[in-house]
Design a protein around this ligand. Structure first.
Ligand code: BES
Ligand code: MN
Ligand code: MN
Length: 493
C-alpha cells in the first residue's frame, strides 16, 4: 500500500527520493522557479525542456529525464497557464493526469514538488496528486501500487507552503474513498462497508456510530432501504455517524448512496452496464470521508452522516416492479423500475435525517443516474438545490477544490408529473426519459422532504466518481468544504 506524506518543504521531500516530479505552470518555470527549489546537474536541461513545452489548456506536458545518478529520474510536468471558466484554476485535472503518467511506483521513493501560483490551490492540487496513487490491488506483484510519495508545495519564489489540516485530511479521505470504490462487492458487503467506516472514524472525539440493520429498518419506518436490500446475502442497513461537539448550535446532514452492488434488481441490467456497479457506493464513501475531514478539523457544529447500505440483488425475496412501498416520509411509491433503487434508499435516509435531527441544511451525494454523464460529463457532478445561494456555494467550492460541479434544473412543478401513479403517491421511475432525467431523479428525493423546507443540495456523481477506470475519491473535498463554508446567507430562500 502506497504512502503519501506531506513534507516540511521541497528539500525535505526530495531527500532520499529516486524519482522527482515537478508540477508547475509554464510561467512559473519561465521565472526560474526550478533552479530556486532544486540543485543538480540536470536542472539546466530541465529548465530548457520546460521552456519548449506547449501545454494546451486541456492538460500538462511532461519531459522525463532518466539515466541520472541521484535522483535516478526527474519528470518535468508543465501545466497550462490558464484554464476555462468551468475548470478549476488550480489545474487539478492536468496535475492528476501528469501524476498518473509519471509512474510513481514501488519500490521507488518519489517526491512531488508543486509550484503554486496561488497558495489556495494547494487543496485541489494535493487531492489531484492523491488521485494518482491508488491503494487497492489484488495483483500478485502489486504492480499498480505506488511507492512512498512525499509531497511539498512552494510559491513562485520557491518558498514553502505548509499544508493545512483540511488539505491533509481531504487528501487522505479521498484516497480512502477511492479504495472503497475500487473494492469489489465480494469483499465490500454492506457489513464490511460499515466496519471500514467505523475503523475510518475510530478514535475521533465526540463521534458515535449507530447501525439500523435488517428488520429493525422496518421498525424505524425505513421500508425503502429494507425492500431494496432484503434479497441480498448480507442485510441492508442505515449507517449513522454522529459528531456532536460540546458547543454545537446547528446540525448539518451529509448523506451518501451506499449501493455496494447494483445488478438492477429484477429489472436486471445487461452485463455491460452492470460492470462498474461496484462503485455505486461512491457517494456513501465520500460522505464518510467528508464527515471525517470535518471532525478532524474541529468543525464547530453537529454533523450527521447517513449512508443507506444495500446490495440491489435478485432472488426470491427481491422487491419487484409493481410493489408499493411506504417510505419514511409516509409517501407511497409504486415501483416501476427496480433499477431506480438509489432514489428510494436516499429518500428514506434524507427523510430520516431531516425528521430526526432538524438540520440547518442537508446534502446528498450519489451515483444516481446514467443521464448525469450526458448532462455534465465525466468531470463535473450535476447538482440540484432548492436554494440559489447553496447551489452557488457548491459551484464555487467545486472550482476551489477540484471536485467540479454544475447546476442543473430545480423545478418541482415541471418534473413531479413524471412520477404520476394510478395507485400510489408516485412511481420511482419517470415516464419520459427525455425530460431532464437527472433533475427528475433529484426531484423524486426532494419530494420526500419538500414539506420541511430544509435547504438541500443534491450531488449526482455517476461520472466523476470514477477516473480512468478507478475510484476518484470525488466528493470528499466538495462536501466537507461546502459544509465548512456554509453561511446563513447561503441558505436563505
Ligand atoms: N447506479 C445507477 C446509475 C449509474 C449508471 C451510475 C451508470 C453510474 C453509471 C442507478 O441506480 C440506475 O440504475 N439508474 C438508472 C435509472 C433508470 C432505471 C430510471 C439509469 O440511470 O439508467
Ligand atoms: Mn440502478
Ligand atoms: Mn444504482
Amino acid at each position: 500500500v502506497s504512502k503519501l506524506s506531506f513534507a516540511r518543504d521541497a528539500k525535505a521531500a526530495m531527500k532520499a527520493a529516486d524519482t522527482l516530479l515537478f508540477l508547475a505552470p509554464k510561467n512559473t518555470y519561465a521565472s526560474g522557479w526550478l533552479s530556486r527549489v532544486a540543485k543538480g546537474p540536470w536542472v539546466t536541461l530541465a529548465e530548457a525542456a520546460a521552456k519548449d513545452a506547449a501545454p494546451g489548456a486541456g492538460g500538462a506536458t511532461e519531459t522525463v529525464l532518466t539515466g541520472l545518478a541521484k535522483p535516478k529520474k526527474v519528470v518535468i510536468g508543465v501545466l497550462p497557464d490558464s484554464v476555462s471558466r468551468h475548470n478549476s484554476p488550480a489545474r487539478h485535472e492536468a496535475i492528476a493526469s501528469c501524476a498518473a503518467r509519471a509512474g510513481l511506483t514501488a519500490p521507488a521513493k518519489s517526491a512531488v514538488i508543486l509550484g503554486l501560483d496561488d497558495p489556495e490551490h494547494f487543496v485541489a492540487a494535493a487531492n489531484a496528486v492523491g488521485r494518482a496513487l491508488p491503494i487497492f490491488t489484488r495483483k500478485g506483484g502489486k504492480t499498480e501500487t505506488a511507492g512512498d510519495v512525499a509531497l511539498a508545495a512552494t510559491d513562485q519564489e520557491g518558498r514553502g507552503i505548509a499544508a493545512d489540516g483540511w488539505t491533509t485530511a481531504i487528501t487522505a479521505s479521498a484516497r480512502w474513498t477511492a479504495w472503497m470504490v475500487d473494492t469489489h462487492p465480494a469483499e465490500l458487503t454492506t457489513a464490511e462497508f460499515a466496519a471500514r467506516a467505523r475503523r475510518h472514524v475510530r478514535g475521533l472525539e465526540h463521534v458515535t456510530v449507530r447501525e439500523i440493520v435488517g428488520p429493525k429498518l422496518l421498525d424505524a419506518g425505513l421500508r425503502g432501504i429494507h425492500a431494496v436490500g432484503r434479497a441480498a446475502m448480507v442485510a441492508p442497513r442505515l449507517l449513522l455517524l454522529d459528531y456532536r461537539p460540546p458547543r454545537a448550535s446547528r446540525t448539518f446532514g451529509v448523506i451518501g448512496k451506499g449501493v455496494v452492488y447494483d445488478t438492477g434488481g429484477l429489472a436486471i441490467k445487461p452485463a455491460a452496464s452492470m460492470c462498474t456497479m461496484k462503485g455505486d457506493m461512491g457517494g456513501g464513501a465520500a460522505a464518510v470521508g467528508a464527515f471525517k475531514t470535518l471532525v478532524e478539523n474541529g468543525f464547530k457544529d453537529r454533523v450527521i452522516c447517513a449512508v443507506p447500505l444495500v446490495e440491489n440483488a435478485i432472488g426470491p425475496h427481491a422487491y419487484r416492479n409493481d410493489d408499493i412501498l411506504m417510505l419514511h416520509s409516509k409517501k407511497t411509491v409504486e415501483v416501476n423500475n427496480t433499477d431506480a433503487e438509489g432514489r428510494i434508499i436516499l429518500s428514506d435516509a434524507l427523510s430520516y435525517v431531516c425528521r430526526t435531527y432538524d438540520p440547518a441544511a442537508v446534502m446528498n451525494a450519489a451515483t444516481l443516474t446514467g443521464a448525469q454523464l450526458i448532462t455534465s460529463g465525466l468531470r463535473h457532478a450535476s447538482i440540484v438545490s432548492n436554494r440559489e445561494g447553496y447551489e452557488q456555494l457548491a459551484v464555487r467550492t467545486g472550482r476551489a477544490t477540484g471536485d467540479l460541479c454544475h447546476a442543473i434544473l430545480f423545478a418541482p412543478e415541471f418534473f413531479q408529473g413524471e412520477f404520476d401513479s394510478r395507485f400510489a403517491d408516485m412511481t420511482n421511475s419517470v415516464k419520459d426519459r427525455s425530460n431532464a432525467q437527472s433533475s427528475c431523479a433529484a426531484q423524486f428525493c426532494y419530494s420526500h422532504i419538500e414539506d420541511l423546507g430544509v435547504p438541500w443540495l443534491h450531488i449526482d456523481i455517476a461520472g466523476p466518481a470514477w477516473r480512468d477506470g478507478r475510484g476518484s475519491g470525488f466528493g470528499v473535498a466538495l462536501m466537507s468544504m461546502v459544509v465548512r463554508g456554509i453561511s446563513a446567507a447561503d441558505l436563505k430562500a
